[in-house]
Design a protein around this ligand. Sequence first.
Ligand code: GAR
Length: 213
Amino acid sequence: MQTPSGHPVESTSAKRLVVLASGGGSNLAALLAAHDDAAYGARVVGVVTDNPAAGALDLAHDAGVASVVVSPKDFHDRSAWNDGISEAVAVFLPDYVVLAGFMRILAPSFVRRYEGRLVNTHPALLPSFPGAHGVRDALAHGVKVTGCTVHLVDEGVDTGPIIAQSAVPVLDGDDEGMLHERIKIAERALLVETVGRIAREGLYVAGRQVTIG
Ligand code: GAR
């Protein structure tokens, strides 16, 4: 969409994304790059992190997107932290919540609040190698092909219905860092494409079967 002077304007129908990230934020950066195109259909309206040192905060700042730190250190227990992060996300009125390198487990109450609208990206081909070390575990197992998975979040750890996957070969001599960097190239493309399609076309879930559009 463009103004008469040729400048793009924000589509009023763009879906509102809140991105949760704990680390460097390269997946967030990819979403922020995509959302500048009004035709993308989704816009990052808020970034929430558990980590005051997350690179995601700088990325949000540079993109003019509001960000919030909800650190467990500032709460007396896990339940209070979970309520804090749930409220921090809710303030942005998200259509979808995207976990892009968010390294903490969210409580069932959070998952239920955003059921069907909570999307995670994981650096392995689920259901193989769930958890915090998907790349390391795949390498240790000796698989020849791994990859990344975009999936809906349920109350388990990386067990929710799969939306999209992309395969990445393991090369001789790969270490965890090398393999993860190659996976992240595929992951950024998959996440951007999948989230955009969900925003534009909708997501239909029947048990474990997920269809976009
Ligand atoms: C990504 O590879 C993401 O899949 C992974 O952390 C990385 C974050 O990269 N998440 C998990 O392992 C969650 N279990 P980024 O900070 O550069 O986006």
